[in-house]
Design a protein around this ligand. Structure first.
Ligand code: SF4
Length: 639
């Protein structure tokens, strides 16, 4: 029996209804650890390069990693992955709550869905009893409605993930909802779930995860709990969660406002952490095994709208569905948050893409006629709601946006492509990179497109200088190894990022769970490096090359200066971006074209990727000696 893991994998062929539960191979588990790494490996090996992300051949992979469900710095997460309909490359997205741990308690570390069900179904896992069931009665329900009805039908002790109407209608930025307000939000994994006609997964596990040294694990975790309880960041995180960063981000000139036209929102005080706590908070909310409870459960009543409950708004929603759309009260932001959760779209893409459409409307690129006689004004809840409804039901220009805002921009024309904040089709996270060049580089190079979770560099941009370009790429590479590692092992990275639980302490916990006494941080970082290169190869094999051609954001970020606020005057040029990309490719051991070199792929045990890239003429030519490149790859001097 593998220590630290549930011990089994489950293959579900939705076309035939065939289910196959087999033991998880320990060598595979040690080599890939779980979470996004399992996903990357399976997608690379199993999905044909020309497969439609919303077709039969894509896979939907669900996997909690080694730390999920274990008593350790919050092992609460579960990773969902597929080839993304937004980027057409590897996609993954992690959700907290209780679903990942429950899968482990049912003895499962990996679910792989293939094919398409002939009619809507949900997967029931009740320990060893596993069935595909008719989902007709849940089809059409919002994510939270489906969760509630499934709990009523099956029992409160089931953990549920579900898609909403957006996922059912294959909207490219659909999410998967869980635990009344948490989401695997990015990469459109909810659309892939919808394309397979899989409405939900319900799991109840009553088993235990076998642990190598339970006493030592308990003692070390208790010591971490006691120490971090006194950390100065703990109290504000418990009180406000990430919502407190609205004011901080605004003050530092990186807060996206009116579709990233500027970086300062005059009315920020109405949507920061304080009004959340003062006006709408019902209670704090935590994921499995968490003592930080950054989740905020809120109740909102807006005139003319139903009273709703929502988890949030956290920072990304408070920025992209806040000042970016011109909403200036916490009630408005929370309502929009609920609306996106309800229909099952990612709040980040939903807010970002709606803000893009608002600017198009302001500039006359989208007309009232195209909006079915409605307007699309900054800060109008009714306009926002109508526009999202057009997308979810694919009416009129909603059909363009249903395929992602990059596609919509190409259809709108008139220079709209300059305005849509994205890289590789993924809507940009809630930080403007003109005042934080490393953050922009992080978006440009992230394997899933413009998402901050791969490398959040804002404080480092502050420390090293907001206008400094050179020397930051190595730090971005380092963060792109350490931060996604938490999505591999499925624990919350906030304990590492905010209250100083070290990476080494996480490695020690994994050793105590598994008994892998020779497991090291370097092995973990090397795995992250390996996944990064695997995903890059996968992206190029699907989309062609050169890699560099995919690594630029929309033109606003290298053509326009920030016009107002503390970030006023912040500006980057195309030449600046190229300097950063050159340094980045050198630090990665890639060619100047942004394609991985044979040398780095061989070094990471990815000779098959090198052969596949060579076949397609996509191998990069190393332009700096590999040993020199490797020197700081896993821990640059800045850390
Ligand atoms: Fe979940 Fe927040 Fe706790 Fe992380 S800190 S485990 S996101 S409640």
């Amino acid at each position: 029996m593998i220590k630290g893991f549930g011990g089994n994998q489950l293959r579900i062929d939705l076309t035939t209804g065939e289910l196959a539960r087999t033991p998880l191979d320990e060598r595979f588990a040690r080599e890939w650890l779980g979470g996004r790494s399992f996903i990357a490996k399976i997608l690379y090996d199993e999905v044909p390069r020309d497969a439609d992300p919303l077709g039969f051949e894509n896979r939907l992979v669900v996997t909690p990693g080694v730390m999920s469900g274990n008593f350790a710095p919050s092992g609460s997460k579960c990773c969902f992955g597929a080839v993304s309909p937004l980027s057409n490359g590897h996609g993954d997205s992690t959700v907290g709550g209780h679903f990942g741990p429950e899968l482990k308690f049912a003895g499962l570390d990996l679910l792989v869905f293939s094919g398409i069900a002939p009619k809507p179904v949900y997967l029931l896992i009740d320990d060893a009893k596993i069935e595909l069931r008719d989902a007709a009665k849940y089809w059409g329900l919002g994510t939270m409605e489906a969760e509630q009805m499934l709990k009523e039908d099956l029992g409160e002790d089931f953990e549920i993930v579900a898609i909403g109407p957006a996922g059912e209608n294959l909207i490219a930025f659909s999410c998967i909802g869980h635990d009344w307000g948490r989401q695997a939000g990015r990469c459109g994994i909810g659309a892939v779930m919808g394309s397979k006609r899989l409405k939900a997964i319900a799991v109840r596990g009553t088993g235990k995860v076998p642990i190598h040294d339970l006493k030592a694990l308990r003692d070390s975790t208790m010591a971490i709990i006691k120490r971090t309880a006194k950390h100065p960041n703990m109290a504000p995180w418990q009180k406000y969660g990430t919502a407190m960063f609205v004011g901080w981000s605004n003050q530092h000139g990186v807060y996206p406002t009116h579709n990233f036209q500027t970086t300062y929102f005059e009315d920020y005080a109405g949507i920061d952490g304080q009004p959340l706590v003062d006006r709408i908070l019902v209670s704090n909310k935590a994921c499995f095994g968490c003592w930080m409870n950054c989740g905020k459960y809120s109740k909102v009543s807006l005139p003319g709208k139903p009273t709703v409950f929502v988890e949030g708004p956290e920072y990304e929603t408070g920025s992209l569905c806040g000042g970016n759309c011109g909403f200036n009260t916490i009630e408005q932001v929370a309502y929009v948050n609920w609306l996106c959760d309800h229909v099952g779209i990612d709040t980040m893409s939903g807010g970002g893409f709606a803000a893009f459409a608002m600017e198009c409307y302001e500039k006359g690129l989208i007309t009232r006629e195209q909006l079915e006689g409605h307007e699309l004004r900054w800060g109008s809840i009714d306009d926002f709601e109508h526009f999202i409804d057009m997308i979810v039901h694919r009416r009129g220009i909603g059909e363009w946006f249903a395929r992602g805002a990059k596609y919509a921009a190409e259809q709108i024309g008139g220079g709209a492509e300059r305005l849509v904040a994205q890289v590789k089709g993924q809507g940009m996270s809630g930080y403007d990179g003109r005042g934080a060049p490393a953050m922009l580089l992080s978006y440009m190079t992230a394997d899933i497109g413009a998402h901050h979770n791969r490398a959040w560099t804002i404080t480092m941009d502050e420390d090293l200088g907001k206008t400094v370009i050179k020397g930051k790429a190595k730090v971005v590479v380092y963060l792109q190894h350490i931060r996604p590692f938490f999505d591999t092992v499925s624990c919350c990275r906030l304990f590492w990022g905010e209250v100083d639980v070290t990476a080494e302490e996480h490695i020690d916990a994994i050793k105590l769970m598994t008994g892998w006494s020779d497991f090291t941080l370097e092995e973990a970082m090397r795995l992250s490096d390996r996944i990064w290169n695997l995903n890059r190869a996968h992206y190029l094999e699907r989309n062609g090359g050169p890699g560099r051609s995919f690594d630029y954001p929309n033109a606003r970020f290298y053509e326009e200066a920030v016009p107002s606020g503390p970030g006023k005057g912040a500006r980057l040029t195309m030449a600046d971006l190229d300097v950063m990309l050159d340094e980045y490719y050198e630090a990665r051991g890639w060619g100047k074209d942004g394609n991985p070199s044979r040398e780095i792929l061989a070094d990471l045990g990815l000779a098959d990727c090198a052969a596949n890239l060579q076949k397609r003429g996509l191998l990069g030519e190393l332009f700096a000696p590999l040993p020199a490149v490797r020197g700081e790859r896993y821990k640059p001097k800045a850390f």
